[in-house]
Design a protein around this ligand. Structure first.
Ligand code: SAM
Length: 256
């Protein structure tokens, strides 16, 4: 049973569709949890960094009334078209075309104007950039987020993380494979908090999501790639059994 109530996202019940359109654990539940913690309000300007197909971006525009810019620099690995083409189409599906803008950009070189957003939202995106750009590259992404936030503006960062424990040796082989091995990408909550502070953000709230296990279970069951390859991520989640794997959520603001 979930620990958090999801008054908005519980109305969207097709988990196969949600996990087809979102990438990573939590889907719309994650977006609602973060929106609640961030204190989103109608008319606020929000940047979604690494929006993928933008299902969460559209949900935030529809259910919280924000004006959202979704950025994503990569193509869809299946259709090969830019991810943001999905966001454009999904904005029509959700009826939020007038409040969602899709841009093929990424961090740290976003080209967006400084101090132009009230909120930056990013889920399950920056942690994998550690593989490409290392820990310094991760910090550069956070500094870019800081640059585009207005003073007092709020970052909501949700990432797959590990608990404050050593990696169990029997789990290691299951999180060391794949293009973006979890062992290399994931950090603990305290390490992530330290990174945000080093980048110049003030952390207001840092916690492991109370429903992290529910979100990972849903992901294992409904994500299309998990369905195709049950021996990979779903197996790692099963072997982990809640010992190491979690999901961290941090809310931080730009000092005035
Ligand atoms: C796992 S998906 C997360 C999707 C979405 N936030 C969600 O939860 O459904 C990560 C996304 O980050 C994007 N990405 C990769 N490099 C990026 C960068 N430098 N800046 C922003 N996004 C990036 C990828 O294209 C991918 O769509």
């Amino acid at each position: 049973m979930p620990n958090f109530t999801y008054p908005k996202s519980s109305r969207y019940t097709d988990l196969d569709l949600i996990y087809e359109q979102c990438s990573g654990p939590g889907g719309l539940k994650l977006a609602e949890f973060m929106a609640h913690k961030m204190g989103l309000y109608p008319g606020a300007k929000l940047l979604d960094v690494g929006c993928n197909r933008g299902w969460q971006t559209c949900f935030l525009a529809k259910e919280f009334g924000v004006n959202a810019v979704g950025i994503d620099p990569w193509p869809d690995r299946v259709s090969k078209e830019p991810m943001i083409e999905h966001l454009r189409r999904n904005a029509e599906v959700w009826g939020v075309e007038s409040s969602v803008l899709a841009l093929e950009l990424g961090v740290p070189e976003s080209k967006l104007a400084s101090q132009s957003f009230d909120f930056v939202y990013s889920t399950t995106a920056l942690e994998m950039l550690r593989i490409i750009n290392g820990e310094d590259g991760y910090l550069e992404c956070l500094r870019e987020i800081l640059r585009v936030l207005r003073p007092g503006g709020v970052l909501g960062l949700g990432e797959p993380m590990h608990l404050e424990v050593a990696l169990p040796p029997d789990l290691e082989p299951y999180v060391s494979q794949a293009e973006y091995p979890w062992k290399e990408c994931f950090r603990s909550l305290s390490q992530t908090r330290a990174a945000l502070e080093e980048a110049g953000l003030v952390v207001d709230d840092a916690r492991y999501a109370p429903d992290a296990e529910v979100w990972w279970r849903e992901y294992a069951e409904h994500d299309p790639f998990c369905k195709q390859k049950p021996g990979e991520d779903p197996k790692a989640i099963e072997v982990d059994g809640g010992r190491w794997l979690s999901f961290g959520c941090l809310i931080a603001h730009k000092p005035a």
